[in-house]
Design a protein around this ligand. Structure first.
Ligand SMILES: Cc1cc2nc3c(=O)[nH]c(=O)nc-3n(C[C@H](O)[C@H](O)[C@H](O)COP(=O)(O)O)c2cc1C
Length: 160
């Protein structure tokens, strides 16, 4: 089983993914955020996206009980932000690079895409919860998105 899991995770690591930081604010006004590559579009009508969050994550309660959350798609060159929002036991917002954006949720000015979502549904996904977000506002800007593949950050290359 352990070997199978290693093969499974090694195979999945080979699949490139976008690098996002999801953020929200709880009822007490505390900001929460985590790095996620498990972001995907889901539906056009209604406009839905999904992001998967580990059930043991410190952010799990905040996101599964949130009214709204923001998905910041990171730009190439923002791998330090991704690493910070994946680090346990630190204040991920202390760097001060997030400011109130759509619906007052913390966001990155320099994100090539920001999607402001209402929490539409929370689905069971094994050891993860699938957060389904209904996109209510969005922002796009110039900038090449950051990509994660083979456990390394990179950028997009033109097709050969
Ligand atoms: C590149 C990268 C992608 C990640 N993608 C996800 C993801 O899609 N879902 C998830 O739950 N955690 C993901 N993580 C881990 C979280 O960012 C975070 O480290 C984890 O939730 C543990 O955080 P905690 O200290 O808040 O419990 C990713 C981490 C990295 C570095």
């Amino acid at each position: 089983m352990a070997a199978e899991l290693t093969e499974f995770t090694r195979a999945l690591a080979r699949v490139p993914g976008p690098v996002t930081v999801a953020t929200t604010v709880d009822d007490a006004g505390r900001s929460w955020g985590f790095t996620a590559t498990s972001f995907s579009s889901l539906s056009l009508d209604p406009p839905l996206v999904l992001i998967c969050l580990g059930k043991t994550a410190s952010t799990h309660h905040a996101f599964t009980s949130a009214e709204r959350f923001l998905v910041n798609v990171l730009a190439a060159g923002q791998s330090a932000v991704a690493q910070r929002f994946a680090t346990s036991g630190i204040d991920r917002f202390a760097a001060g690079d997030m400011r109130p954006c759509e619906f007052g949720l913390p966001g990155l000015d320099s994100a090539p895409v920001r999607l402001a979502c209402a929490l539409h549904d929370v689905l069971d996904g094994g050891d993860h919860s699938i957060l389904v977000g209904r996109v209510e506002a969005l922002h796009t800007a110039e900038g090449t998105p950051l990509v994660y593949c083979d456990r390394a950050f990179g950028g997009l290359l033109p097709a050969q």
